[in-house]
Design a binder for this molecule. Sequence first.
Ligand code: GDP
Ligand code: MG
Ligand code: ZN
Length: 323
Amino acid sequence: MNQTTTTGRVTAQFQHMYTVTTENGTFTCSVTGKFRHEAESERDYPVIGDFVEFTVREHGQGVIRRLLERRTVLSRAAAGNETREQLICANVDYILITMACGHDFNLRRLERYSLAAWETGATPLIVLTKSDQVEDVGGLVSDLTLTVPGVDVFPVSSVTGNGIDALRNALPNGSTIVLVGSSGVGKSSLTNALAGETIAATQDVRESDERGKHTTTHRALFALDGLFVIDTPGMREFGLWDGADHLDETFRDIEALADTCRFRDCSHGNEPGCSVRHAIEAGTLDAKRHQSFVKLERELRYAEKRQAEAARLAEKKKRKMKS
Ligand SMILES: Nc1nc2c(ncn2[C@@H]2O[C@H](COP(=O)(O)OP(=O)(O)O)[C@@H](O)[C@H]2O)c(=O)[nH]1
Ligand SMILES: [Mg+2]
Ligand SMILES: [Zn+2]
């Protein structure tokens, strides 16, 4: 039998079946038994955005033999109590954190998203969608800039087309972007606006409230002219996985204040000479922002503990199997 091995990119995924796209077309692939046997965790399986080596079978079918090394990985802690990492996509250059003007606007959620985004190695950008729905977009943009310093903010409207070109021009040709954010903020509409044609299904929202039915049920990668776009369904529970290193970056202002507290191990409670508490009292630091910092820090510590415990159990199981 003629067995050609080709390299392609995973553009869709349904459990352990994958759509792999190459210059010569699209193939439906599974993984080989050997692949499955050697896989130790979900990290070893392909995910959207991955480059894979596969063998072509007849009728557009194929089997994936090897996963090429990933540049970046976007993951989250799986929903529920289980301590398991869930991969979202790979080889992403820019994470577009989308948030809509209006009901969806939430600075606290943004801190959380950008924290997780930094960790992946990709560059986070903030996209403020539905800019046509508010009067003062500039005011919202400056709020965002203060909340997440060092991350560029792009106000856009997929309805009027405002800001779409500015966003497109900020993304180098050949880059891969992923759109994350709540369901209904306009991620699929933005995908279409960037493409200049309708390629992603959007949801129609009932007039009165901003909630509509979920349309994007699967993540998918779209190849645009010079841009790869990964559209995702809504992700309200963006769990933190490995975000500790970047807590400082997201909360640079609080870290800077904490550096000037009198005591090195200041808990910013009742200690004398606490700059953080003084800033809150003086109104220069938003108390809610500080609370959210404390909460995220606690959450991260907890996630770290659970991961360490899961790793310990896995190691124990491995040793047991060997003996
Ligand atoms: N006014 C306005 N509505 C938008 C805009 N972008 C998307 N929408 C609407 O918001 C709803 C949700 O959009 P969709 O792209 O499906 O959101 P997704 O769930 O994030 O993919 C749809 O009814 C869109 O027509 C925008 O820029 N302005
Ligand atoms: Mg969508
Ligand atoms: Zn302090």
